[in-house]
Write a protein that binds this ligand. Sequence first.
Ligand SMILES: *Cc1c(COP(=O)(O)O)cnc(C)c1O
Length: 361
Amino acid sequence: MNQVASMPTNLEYDLQSGTRGERDDHAEQLICELLGTEAATVVNNNAAALLLVLNTLAQGLEIPVSRGELVEIGGSFRIPDIMEKSGCKLVEVGTTNRTHLKDYLNAVKNSTALILKVHTSNYSIEGFTSAVGEPDLATLAHEHNLPLVVDLGSGNLIDFSCYGLPEEPVITSAIRNGADIVTFSGDKLLGGPQSGIIAGRRDLIDRIRSNPLRRALRSDKLTLAALSEVLKIYRKPETLARELPTLQYLTKEQSLRSLNKQYFLAPQLAGCLPDGFTVEPQPCLSQIGSGAMPVQNIPSYALAITAITDADLRRLSEAMRRLPCPVLGRLHEGKLLLDLRCLDDDEKFIEQARHLEPLLL
Ligand SMILES: *Cc1c(COP(=O)(O)O)cnc(C)c1O
């Protein structure tokens, strides 16, 4: 990123032919190598990816989507709204908890453009449920000469369960299961810069790339440089937990335990706070968020701060947010929890905490 930021680059210049190049050339090969797809393109984020895919392949046409998959993501991204803005018509199939293959079959008509499956990133439907898997949807779509598009939300290139983390769909399995196009975020579990990746069949990607909207949604050279570097780490999965900050944070439990940070930080933080506040080490649960792993929390350790009144605790939490490097805690069961999973620099943290007292006055 530093390099491309500080000098001219061949972002859209083909050095071999000496003619205009394609900005996707820089990341496309890496994406295709990692996913096993024919082609790929990168845009501003996954919302843009979906907008572009649907607008290109389905404008003026219908798309069946399961009622269980009409997702809203925080910050007001809703599948039905994005479909409307793409100029296509949502055809709801099935029910909230159960959708069957025959529901899709009944919805497919001459005016159907594609079948869309959306990963329910931030919620889970449990109990009496059924959903149609990608292999069956792919068969149905292909029998009717339609593409299957899968919006995976969070882009997982590796199986997170091998790090003891909750399972999330892996992109390559959606592709193996017959998806013609997948879309996913570069900045959720993938751990890269804000971006949306569209990968799949070359003929479809070519159409997507030539949509005039793409220029409005494309990524700049800094993003493409950062994304390429993150993808290069994925070429060596054994180094991921060490090299990729997202995975470092997610797999921190062991090191937290062995360092016992909580025991030496608790008295130090307590020493920086006025009378009436206490600080104790305490096990806690980290929520992953970021539109992934919605129901499972992962064990961690926190500094748990108590105060005489709830108002004191809220004042402390406000004061912490006003520090030069803001510290975000979580009010939980009458305590302010500071999850140590996200603390990188212990010394800086304590050094800053010395400035809390005046902020509390
Ligand atoms: C997060 C998410 C999006 C939006 O992705 P952004 O990169 O945040 O724009 C779209 N679809 C699903 C299923 C998601 O989880």
